[in-house]
Ligand binder design. Sequence first.
Ligand SMILES: *Cc1c(COP(=O)(O)O)cnc(C)c1O
Length: 370
Amino acid sequence: MQTRILYTKPSITDLETRYATDAAANGWGDKCYDYIHRFEKQFREHLGSRFAIATSSCTGAMHLGLAALGLGPGDEVILADTNWIATVSPIVHLGATPVFVDVDPISWCLDAKAVERAITPNTKAIIATHIYGNLADMDALLDLGAAHNIAVIEDSAEAIGSVWHGNRRAGSMGLFGTFSFHGTKTITCGEGGMFVTNDEALYETVLTLSNHGRARGQKKQFWPDMVGFKYKMSNVQAAIGCAQMERIDELTARKHAIFEHYKTELGSINGLSFNPEPHGTINGAWMPTVVMDRALGITREQMIAAFAQNNIDARVFFYPLSSLPMFAPVPANKNAYDIPERAINLPSYHDMTDEQISRVAAVIKTLMTP
Ligand SMILES: *Cc1c(COP(=O)(O)O)cnc(C)c1O
C-alpha cells in the first residue's frame, strides 16, 4: 500500500514553534496580549481593513458580528445552501431565520439573482460565503445590499488569499468579514478566528460583546455593561498566528501552485470543471475541487471508493444545509443539491510533493478511462 495522502495538514516551521514557546514561557502578566495585538495588526495590514478582533473561532466571530447587528426573532438572513454548518448556527442561536438560496453553477457561491428573489421586508443580512476559496459575486451582492439597505457579510473562512476585482481581498468588502484558523485552513492557530470591519461603531460593539460585555474605557472593575460572549483568542494561539502571517505569501502561493498543478494534469480532460478563477481575480485555492459532468455517470461514491483504494483522503463536497435533519428541505436549490453528487475535494497542503499531487490526479484519470 502506498503512503497515505491526507487532504490537509498545517505547515509548522521553527518560527511557529519559537513564537509559541515564547508565548508559553513569557507571554503572561503585562505581556499577555502582545501576540494577540501583533496578530491583529498583521491581519489588518494584509487585508486592508481598519479593524480586526482575534476570536476563538470563525463561528464565534460570526456570532459576535450578527449579535452586534441586533439580529433576533423575526429577522431573516440569506445565505447559500452550499455551506458549512458554522455559517448558519449563529443565525439559529440568535433566534433569526436562515433563508437558504441556490448557488451559481460556476462559482458554487451565492447566486445573486436568487438572493434578489429571496429578499423580503424582514431580510436583515446577506452572508456571502467564499466557498473553497471561490469568490461570490461581490459587486452584485453589494449593489443589492445598498439598494435594499441590507448588510452584506463575508464568511471568508476558506478565502484567505482570494482577491476580487479591483485588488479587494475576500473579507474586506462587506460590512464585516470573518476568518477561521482551524487546523484545516490555509493559516492556522490550531483553533481561532478573526472579525474584520471598516465600521468603527460596529468594531466597538463587537469588542465589548467579545469580552463579556465589558466596554473599553469602563473604569469600574468587573462591570459588564451588557450580556456578551466569551470568544477571545489566547496569546499562545496568536503567537502561532503571527508566524503564519509572516509566511502568508509563501503559504498562499503554495496553495495556488497545487491548484495549478491539478489543472495542468487534468484540465484538458473533457467533462471536468474546477474552482473558477475569473480574469482579474485570484482564487485562494484553499480546497481544489473537481466537478464531473452528469453525462460521465461517475458518482461521489465511486470517487470516494477510488481514492480510498489508493490510500488518499478525499473530501465530499458540502451537502446542502437544507438537506440536514434540523432544517426544511429546499429541493428548488437545484445546483446546491446536484453538484455534491458528482464532486470531490482534492488534497492540498503546503508540504505535499508534486509526486503526491500526480498520484491524486492519476486516480481521477483512471476514473475517466475505466
Ligand atoms: C471552517 C469554516 C467555518 C468555521 O470556522 P471555525 O473556526 O471552525 O469556527 C465557517 N465557515 C466556513 C465556510 C468554514 O469553512
